[in-house]
Design a protein around this ligand. Structure first.
Ligand SMILES: Cc1ncc(C[n+]2csc(CCOP(=O)(O)OP(=O)(O)O)c2C)c(N)n1
Ligand SMILES: [Mg+2]
Length: 615
């Protein structure tokens, strides 16, 4: 993917065992299976990127237009494959540009390794070009403290094998997350005799498995329950436990609901699928989960968004419902809700262990006992279908946010992947775009970063070159990383970028209007009040993508078909309505109402807040 001008290595140089710090890193990344490195070279990382051209160290380099995108790309790669890729940047601004990338990966627990350059150790603190030195010499690392699982500063080349196996162990084991290694410029160039470490010898055998008492208690509760609901979070997908999840749901007769990151953990055309939970969840999902007597949570941490800010009866009711909470991270157990059974385990293994305790006889009894419950799930699903149908099937032009999604679903294969940005599109896809296989829906669920979707989709396509990848993104979100479409062109990465253009931050305007009845800074307008937008299809053409601007459902449908058949990146700009185009809001969200509003909105807020169960 990159052009590597092969360096001529002299026979003497080949004989010596000494390697520069840069080569130690490049060779280790290669040995540990890193498939791509994304980033922007700068003087602070010259010898890190240079080492990627050394014999035996070659890893394709994808240059991006903004360092944040390098981390988002690695994040998308991990979410689509479960495998990490790396990002490399220079020091100073290049390194600082990665912070939102790291924060996004940290919030959603995705494994990514970032290497940044730093001033040479003998120059630290002197105000080296691009150094942050006033509070503390070479101070960038501390900036990453809140957004990484761990970080390391390298002081000697000899430390590198140790630091690198620690970094890989940290990002991949337990609850995954992003790690950062800072490599001073002299360490990148200095030679040393080092022995590289095998990663297999530095990783545990197997994964964390639950205490058998916890598994027995969980199964007893589920078998005795009347209205069980399984909440699938991102951990169900990360653990590769979706097959076990489906089997357990069938065996115990539980409805399954998903969170942002849990979407795609369960096939949405399965009779036990009951939508999603939270503020922009679905009516069926929220109603069933809020009225369950036993909830089994699989790799979900109950964010306020997924739990309707813990308002009793909106998405959940603990108590009276009893919670079985499976999580790899013991700190999540009991954090937001009291648990009946807290299970610390890899989700797949816990589900496997639970299945092993359930007999055919138990299963047969359950199917009889759940007859009415199954009917209720079906009926609630039908009610939701009736609610979304008018927006999804609307013939309006400009279109609803949902209509282009309906057209896309018709033409995207079952294993096609959608990578979804923030704003109205994020909620609309969650509610009205069914997915069927794990890792086919990817979104920045918790940090919900604008600017993430475009590079993340490129990363997902790199991870899954044989699948269709569609990036669904609002115009505002798109404009935060628009230049990255150049990367897709240069490397011929065939992502379809579906831009929903409603000329502004309409999800934000919706919230502003709802709470205060007015809005500021959310519409894109000219001075005279006329709506403003660039023509994204034309912009894309000038970048070298085949593109279409679609005003009607028919035009979107035709454009998407053509885009998916194109061998190379494409862009479809769907013109969507500023009004009445957003997702439904079946849940609740704790957003304080300002004191100067003195009408019923204050009472509604106070009433909701009084019902919150998390304190
Ligand atoms: C980096 C970042 N800044 C601000 C926000 C807050 N925010 C969430 S959605 C949104 C608007 C998104 O606009 P667009 O992509 O056009 O989608 P729309 O809401 O119009 O559907 C904003 C500003 C965010 N999520 N991320
Ligand atoms: Mg918009």
């Amino acid at each position: 993917m990159n052009t590597i001008e092969k360096k001529q290595t002299s026979p003497e140089a080949k004989k010596t065992k000494k390697m520069s710090g840069g080569s130690v890193i490049a060779k280790t990344l290669k040995n540990y299976g890193i498939p791509y490195v994304a980033g922007i070279p700068g003087h602070g990382c010259w010898m890190l990127t240079d080492a990627l051209m050394e014999e035996g160290c070659e890893i394709p380099f994808i240059q991006v237009m903004h360092e944040q995108s390098a981390v988002h790309m690695a994040d998308g790669y991990y979410r689509a494959s479960g495998k990490p890729m790396a990002a490399i940047t220079s020091l100073g601004p290049g390194a600082a540009n990665t912070i939102i990338g790291l924060g996004t990966a940290y919030a959603d627990s995705t494994a990514t390794i970032l290497l940044t350059g730093a001033p040479a150790t003998h120059m630290e603190g002197h105000g080296v070009m691009q150094e942050l030195d006033r509070f503390h010499s070479n101070d960038f690392s501390r900036v990453t403290e809140g957004v990484t699982k761990r970080h390391w500063e390298v002081n000697r080349v000899e430390q590198l094998p140790f630091i690198l196996h620690r970094a890989f162990n940290s990002m991949l084991s337990g609850r995954p997350g992003p790690v950062h290694v800072e490599v001073p410029m002299d360490i990148q160039t200095e030679p040393a005799n080092v022995e590289l470490h095998d990663l297999e010898k530095r990783m545990p055998v197997g994964k964390i498995r639950a205490d058998s008492k916890a598994i027995e208690a969980a199964v007893r509760l589920l078998l005795a329950s009347e209205r069980p609901v399984i909440v699938a979070g991102g951990g169900a997908i990360t653990s590769e436990g979706t097959e076990e999840l489906r089997k357990l749901a069938e065996v115990v007769g539980a409805a399954v609901v998903t969170t942002w990151n849990g979407k795609s953990a369960f096939p949405e055309d399965h009779r036990l699928f009951a939508g999603s939970v939270g503020q922009t969840g679905t009516t069926n999902g929220n109603a069933l989960a809020a009225n369950a007597d036993v909830v089994l949570s699989v790799g979900c941490r109950f964010t306020d968004w997924s739990a309707s800010s813990y308002r009793k009866g909106a998405s959940f009711s603990f108590p009276p419902a009893k919670l079985i909470h499976i999580d790899i991270d013991p700190q999540e157990i009991g954090k937001n809700y009291p648990t009946e059974v807290g299970v610390v385990s890899d989700a797949k293994l816990a589900l496997e262990d639970m299945l092993a305790l359930i007999s055919d006889e138990d299963m047969a009894k359950i199917q009889v006992k759940r007859k009415d419950y199954f009917n209720e799930i079906e009926q609630k699903n039908e009610e939701w279908e009736q609610k979304i149908a008018p927006r999804r099937d609307s013939e309006d032009s400009p279109m609803t946010s949902q209509r282009p999604l309906a057209e896309l679903r018709k033409v995207l294969p079952r294993d096609g992947i959608v990578v979804v940005g923030s704003g109205n599109t994020q909620g609309a896809v969650k509610q009205t775009f069914p997915v069927y296989e794990p890792r086919t829906f990817i979104t920045s669920g918790s940090f919900s970063s604008m600017g993430w979707a475009v590079p993340a989709a490129i990363g997902a396509q790199l991870a899954q070159p044989n699948r269709k990848v569609v990036c669904i993104v609002g115009d505002g979100d798109f404009m935060q990383s628009l230049p990255e479409i150049a990367v897709a062109v240069m490397h011929n990465i065939p992502v379809v970028f579906l831009i929903q253009n409603n000329m502004g931050y309409m999800s934000i305007r919706g919230g502003q209007r709802k709470i205060t009845g007015r809005h500021i800074g959310s519409e894109f307008n000219l001075k005279n009040g006329e709506p403003y937008t660039p023509n994204f299809a034309e912009v894309a053409k000038s970048f070298g993508l085949k593109s279409w601007r679609a005003e009607t459902p028919e035009e979107v449908s035709e454009a998407l078909k053509a885009a998916l058949e194109t061998d190379g990146p494409t862009l479809v700009e769907a013109m969507t309505a500023r009004d009445a185009g957003g997702p439904f809001v079946p849940g609740w969200w704790d957003f304080p109402v300002p004191a100067y509003i003195e009408d019923e909105r204050q009472d509604e807020y106070a009433e909701g807040r009084a019902l919150e169960q998390h304190l």
